[in-house]
Design a protein. Sequence first.
Length: 233
Amino acid sequence: KCLVENQDKTQFDVFLYSSSKKEDSTTKAFRELVSEERWRSISGMQARDAAQLIRADRIDLLVDLAGWTEQNRLDVMSLKPAPVQFSWLGYQNTTGLRAIDYLITDAVVDGPGTEQQYMEGLARLPYLCCYQPFRVRSDIPDVAPLPALTTKCVTFGSFVTSLMKVPGAVGTSFAGSAWEPTDDQGEGLPVRRRALQGRRAVCAARHSQGKAAAATHRIWPFEDLHRADRHCT
Protein backbone atom coordinates (compact mmCIF):
# COMPACT_ATOMS: atom_id res chain seq x y z
CA LYS A 1 0.00 0.00 0.00
CA CYS A 2 2.81 2.41 0.88
CA LEU A 3 4.37 1.80 -2.52
CA VAL A 4 1.21 2.88 -4.34
CA GLU A 5 0.65 5.80 -1.97
CA ASN A 6 4.15 7.19 -2.54
CA GLN A 7 4.57 6.53 -6.24
CA ASP A 8 5.89 9.20 -8.54
CA LYS A 9 2.71 9.95 -10.46
CA THR A 10 4.73 11.70 -13.17
CA GLN A 11 6.54 8.45 -13.94
CA PHE A 12 3.99 5.72 -13.28
CA ASP A 13 0.36 5.13 -14.19
CA VAL A 14 -0.86 2.45 -11.79
CA PHE A 15 -3.74 0.03 -12.36
CA LEU A 16 -4.90 -2.30 -9.60
CA TYR A 17 -6.45 -5.69 -10.39
CA SER A 18 -8.37 -7.31 -7.54
CA SER A 19 -9.01 -11.05 -7.38
CA SER A 20 -10.75 -10.88 -4.00
CA LYS A 21 -14.17 -12.55 -3.89
CA LYS A 22 -15.48 -10.04 -1.37
CA GLU A 23 -14.59 -6.49 -0.47
CA ASP A 24 -13.49 -5.60 3.05
CA SER A 25 -11.79 -2.61 4.65
CA THR A 26 -8.44 -3.53 3.07
CA THR A 27 -9.98 -3.78 -0.39
CA LYS A 28 -11.65 -0.42 0.14
CA ALA A 29 -8.37 1.16 1.24
CA PHE A 30 -6.58 -0.01 -1.90
CA ARG A 31 -9.47 0.98 -4.13
CA GLU A 32 -9.22 4.54 -2.85
CA LEU A 33 -5.59 4.74 -3.97
CA VAL A 34 -6.47 4.89 -7.66
CA SER A 35 -9.17 6.49 -9.75
CA GLU A 36 -12.28 4.46 -10.58
CA GLU A 37 -11.10 3.82 -14.14
CA ARG A 38 -7.81 2.38 -12.82
CA TRP A 39 -9.48 -0.20 -10.55
CA ARG A 40 -10.30 -3.59 -12.03
CA SER A 41 -12.10 -6.50 -10.37
CA ILE A 42 -11.13 -9.77 -12.06
CA SER A 43 -12.61 -12.13 -9.48
CA GLY A 44 -14.51 -14.87 -11.26
CA MET A 45 -13.35 -13.64 -14.66
CA GLN A 46 -12.06 -16.23 -17.11
CA ALA A 47 -8.27 -16.16 -17.37
CA ARG A 48 -8.23 -15.26 -21.06
CA ASP A 49 -10.73 -12.44 -20.53
CA ALA A 50 -8.69 -11.04 -17.64
CA ALA A 51 -5.49 -11.28 -19.68
CA GLN A 52 -7.16 -9.46 -22.56
CA LEU A 53 -8.30 -6.72 -20.19
CA ILE A 54 -4.72 -6.24 -18.96
CA ARG A 55 -3.43 -6.12 -22.54
CA ALA A 56 -6.09 -3.54 -23.39
CA ASP A 57 -4.87 -1.43 -20.46
CA ARG A 58 -1.39 -1.57 -22.06
CA ILE A 59 0.37 -2.61 -18.88
CA ASP A 60 4.18 -2.61 -19.18
CA LEU A 61 5.06 -4.11 -15.78
CA LEU A 62 2.66 -6.55 -14.12
CA VAL A 63 3.30 -7.50 -10.48
CA ASP A 64 1.64 -10.54 -8.91
CA LEU A 65 1.14 -10.22 -5.14
CA ALA A 66 -0.53 -13.56 -4.41
CA GLY A 67 1.68 -16.36 -5.70
CA TRP A 68 0.10 -19.70 -4.81
CA THR A 69 -2.01 -18.28 -1.99
CA GLU A 70 -5.81 -18.30 -1.93
CA GLN A 71 -7.65 -16.54 -4.77
CA ASN A 72 -4.47 -16.17 -6.82
CA ARG A 73 -4.62 -15.52 -10.57
CA LEU A 74 -1.52 -17.31 -11.75
CA ASP A 75 -3.71 -18.63 -14.55
CA VAL A 76 -3.78 -15.06 -15.85
CA MET A 77 -0.04 -14.52 -15.32
CA SER A 78 0.69 -17.70 -17.27
CA LEU A 79 -0.84 -16.09 -20.37
CA LYS A 80 1.81 -13.33 -20.23
CA PRO A 81 -0.52 -10.32 -20.58
CA ALA A 82 2.35 -7.87 -19.92
CA PRO A 83 5.86 -7.73 -21.46
CA VAL A 84 7.60 -7.92 -18.08
CA GLN A 85 6.07 -9.76 -15.12
CA PHE A 86 7.13 -9.90 -11.47
CA SER A 87 6.12 -11.82 -8.37
CA TRP A 88 6.51 -10.04 -5.04
CA LEU A 89 5.67 -9.96 -1.38
CA GLY A 90 2.66 -12.23 -0.86
CA TYR A 91 4.40 -15.52 -1.72
CA GLN A 92 8.15 -15.36 -1.33
CA ASN A 93 8.96 -18.48 -3.30
CA THR A 94 9.00 -19.63 -6.89
CA THR A 95 5.69 -19.75 -8.71
CA GLY A 96 7.07 -22.33 -11.11
CA LEU A 97 5.93 -20.24 -14.08
CA ARG A 98 8.31 -19.37 -16.89
CA ALA A 99 5.89 -16.56 -17.79
CA ILE A 100 6.95 -14.66 -14.64
CA ASP A 101 10.28 -13.03 -15.34
CA TYR A 102 11.46 -11.97 -11.90
CA LEU A 103 10.88 -12.56 -8.20
CA ILE A 104 11.55 -9.41 -6.16
CA THR A 105 13.62 -10.38 -3.13
CA ASP A 106 16.81 -9.49 -1.26
CA ALA A 107 20.08 -11.15 -0.18
CA VAL A 108 18.68 -12.10 3.23
CA VAL A 109 15.60 -14.01 2.04
CA ASP A 110 17.43 -15.42 -0.99
CA GLY A 111 21.16 -15.46 -0.48
CA PRO A 112 23.76 -15.99 -3.21
CA GLY A 113 23.52 -19.43 -4.80
CA THR A 114 19.76 -19.83 -4.46
CA GLU A 115 19.00 -18.96 -8.07
CA GLN A 116 18.79 -22.61 -9.12
CA GLN A 117 15.65 -23.07 -7.00
CA TYR A 118 13.62 -20.60 -9.05
CA MET A 119 12.00 -20.46 -12.45
CA GLU A 120 12.12 -16.67 -12.15
CA GLY A 121 15.20 -14.49 -12.17
CA LEU A 122 15.91 -12.95 -8.76
CA ALA A 123 15.70 -9.16 -8.60
CA ARG A 124 17.43 -8.42 -5.30
CA LEU A 125 16.64 -5.12 -3.62
CA PRO A 126 18.83 -3.72 -0.80
CA TYR A 127 15.87 -4.52 1.45
CA LEU A 128 12.91 -6.64 0.40
CA CYS A 129 10.19 -4.58 1.99
CA CYS A 130 9.19 -2.45 4.92
CA TYR A 131 6.14 -3.42 6.95
CA GLN A 132 3.65 -0.86 8.11
CA PRO A 133 2.66 -1.34 11.75
CA PHE A 134 -0.94 -1.41 12.91
CA ARG A 135 -2.65 1.90 12.42
CA VAL A 136 -4.07 3.43 15.58
CA ARG A 137 -7.21 1.46 16.40
CA SER A 138 -9.21 1.14 19.58
CA ASP A 139 -9.29 -2.66 19.41
CA ILE A 140 -5.49 -3.10 19.14
CA PRO A 141 -4.15 -3.61 22.69
CA ASP A 142 -0.96 -2.18 24.13
CA VAL A 143 2.17 -4.29 24.33
CA ALA A 144 1.88 -6.64 27.31
CA PRO A 145 4.53 -8.14 29.62
CA LEU A 146 6.17 -11.43 28.70
CA PRO A 147 3.49 -14.11 29.42
CA ALA A 148 6.12 -16.55 30.74
CA LEU A 149 6.64 -14.25 33.74
CA THR A 150 3.21 -15.25 35.06
CA THR A 151 2.73 -18.72 33.55
CA LYS A 152 6.27 -19.85 34.48
CA CYS A 153 6.53 -21.66 31.17
CA VAL A 154 7.07 -20.90 27.51
CA THR A 155 3.89 -21.01 25.39
CA PHE A 156 4.44 -21.40 21.66
CA GLY A 157 1.92 -20.08 19.15
CA SER A 158 1.54 -19.97 15.40
CA PHE A 159 -0.85 -17.73 13.48
CA VAL A 160 -1.92 -19.69 10.41
CA THR A 161 -5.03 -19.79 8.26
CA SER A 162 -5.39 -23.55 8.56
CA LEU A 163 -3.60 -26.46 10.20
CA MET A 164 -3.53 -28.00 6.75
CA LYS A 165 -0.62 -25.59 6.10
CA VAL A 166 1.45 -27.41 8.73
CA PRO A 167 3.13 -30.40 7.02
CA GLY A 168 1.96 -33.65 8.59
CA ALA A 169 -0.06 -31.89 11.28
CA VAL A 170 -3.19 -33.96 10.73
CA GLY A 171 -1.67 -37.21 9.52
CA THR A 172 1.44 -37.44 11.69
CA SER A 173 1.92 -35.05 14.57
CA PHE A 174 -1.72 -35.19 15.72
CA ALA A 175 -2.42 -38.79 14.68
CA GLY A 176 -4.24 -41.17 16.99
CA SER A 177 -6.73 -38.79 18.58
CA ALA A 178 -9.75 -36.85 17.39
CA TRP A 179 -10.23 -33.15 17.95
CA GLU A 180 -12.69 -32.35 20.71
CA PRO A 181 -14.62 -29.11 20.09
CA THR A 182 -14.99 -26.95 23.19
CA ASP A 183 -15.91 -23.37 23.91
CA ASP A 184 -14.19 -21.97 26.95
CA GLN A 185 -13.51 -18.36 26.00
CA GLY A 186 -17.01 -17.10 26.72
CA GLU A 187 -17.18 -15.43 23.32
CA GLY A 188 -18.91 -18.11 21.28
CA LEU A 189 -15.67 -18.80 19.41
CA PRO A 190 -15.03 -22.46 18.61
CA VAL A 191 -11.83 -23.66 20.25
CA ARG A 192 -10.42 -27.12 19.71
CA ARG A 193 -8.17 -28.95 22.13
CA ARG A 194 -6.42 -32.28 22.31
CA ALA A 195 -3.62 -33.89 24.27
CA LEU A 196 -0.24 -33.81 22.53
CA GLN A 197 2.45 -35.81 24.31
CA GLY A 198 1.06 -34.88 27.70
CA ARG A 199 0.67 -31.22 26.78
CA ARG A 200 -2.34 -29.29 25.55
CA ALA A 201 -2.66 -28.00 22.00
CA VAL A 202 -5.28 -25.35 21.25
CA CYS A 203 -6.65 -24.63 17.80
CA ALA A 204 -8.70 -21.43 17.75
CA ALA A 205 -11.04 -20.16 15.05
CA ARG A 206 -10.46 -17.11 12.87
CA HIS A 207 -10.24 -13.88 14.89
CA SER A 208 -10.67 -10.24 14.00
CA GLN A 209 -7.44 -8.27 13.74
CA GLY A 210 -7.92 -6.80 17.19
CA LYS A 211 -8.59 -10.17 18.87
CA ALA A 212 -5.67 -11.75 17.03
CA ALA A 213 -3.38 -9.02 18.34
CA ALA A 214 -4.71 -9.57 21.87
CA ALA A 215 -4.05 -13.30 21.54
CA THR A 216 -0.31 -12.63 21.24
CA HIS A 217 -0.36 -11.58 24.91
CA ARG A 218 -0.81 -15.23 25.87
CA ILE A 219 2.03 -16.68 23.80
CA TRP A 220 5.72 -16.26 23.20
CA PRO A 221 7.38 -16.89 20.87
CA PHE A 222 4.90 -16.83 18.01
CA GLU A 223 5.12 -17.14 14.25
CA ASP A 224 2.79 -15.53 11.77
CA LEU A 225 2.32 -17.91 8.83
CA HIS A 226 -0.62 -16.04 7.36
CA ARG A 227 0.88 -12.59 6.76
CA ALA A 228 3.91 -13.80 4.86
CA ASP A 229 5.95 -16.83 3.88
CA ARG A 230 9.31 -17.15 5.71
CA HIS A 231 10.25 -13.49 5.40
CA CYS A 232 8.14 -11.79 8.07
CA THR A 233 7.31 -12.45 11.70
